[in-house]
Ligand binder design. Structure first.
Ligand SMILES: C[S@@+](CC[C@H](N)C(=O)[O-])C[C@H]1O[C@@H](n2cnc3c(N)ncnc32)[C@H](O)[C@@H]1O
Length: 206
């Protein structure tokens, strides 16, 4: 499904902006990975990957199937003075133009709900992940307080926002994602869910 880049970016800047630095801190505290290669899949305007690059030494790839999104992301990379460490890459999560075991940290927020074949996409995530690396894939809003603030704004724009959120990150989805990860041949994963989000943490050990 094609997402309107300008429309989504406006939402990201006006409503979701405070979420990305909070998520970046949570990802670092959960995975402990602060150097090497990072891949932000379905990066949109690149806010999560940029927030991670700002607090680490990670060499980051902002990856998306939409060139319009990547054009916006490139603008934000330059605005943040991160051109030497953050690059964009166009492609589809189902067949990523990346070497096996080439990335230490994979992150993805709000994108997996649009992937046509999540089993294949999870296989790809695991393929590109280096041994000792970790992936955090999911959706969410950082913490309950941020969620409450965002919910007020989003319900004014879309009265069905709460239901739509549940359809993606509600408790009923946990079993579905678990089955897909198992079908992808991944055994070392954990699914965590709270009011503010649902995250799949994948680790790759020797
Ligand atoms: C809702 S946006 C989230 C953007 C960003 N991660 C954020 O949280 O602000 C979903 C993004 O996933 C991208 N996307 C969807 N399907 C994809 C696929 N098969 N391969 C790569 N990117 C994809 C879309 O182009 C879009 O930029």
């Amino acid at each position: 499904m094609e997402i309107n880049a300008l429309e989504f970016d406006r939402l990201a800047r006006e409503v979701f902006a405070p979420v990305y630095p909070v998520l970046a801190e949570q990802i670092i505290s959960r995975t402990g990975i602060t150097r090497g290669g990072c891949l932000d899949i379905g990066c949109g305007g690149g806010y999560l990957g940029l927030a991670l690059a700002q607090i680490t030494d990670l060499e980051t790839i902002l990856f998306d199937e939409s060139q319009d999104m990547l054009n916006l992301a490139q603008g934000y990379i330059s605005q943040n003075g991160l051109d030497s460490r953050v690059k964009t890459l166009l492609g589809d999560v189902h067949d990523m133009p990346l070497e096996d075991e080439s990335v230490n940290l994979v992150v993805s927020r709000g994108s997996m709900f649009f992937w046509e074949n999540r089993v294949q996409a999870f296989r790809e995530v695991y393929r590109v992940l280096a041994v000792g690396g970790a992936g955090m894939i999911g959706g969410g809003f950082g913490n309950a307080e941020l969620l409450r603030e965002i919910e007020i704004k989003m319900l004014k724009k879309d009265p069905e926002w709460k239901e739509k959120r549940q359809q993606r990150i509600g408790q009923t989805k946990v079993e579905e994602y678990r089955k897909e990860l198992e079908q992808a041949g991944i055994s070392s994963f954990e699914i965590t869910r709270d009011e503010a989000g649902l995250w799949i943490t994948i680790s790759k050990t020797a």
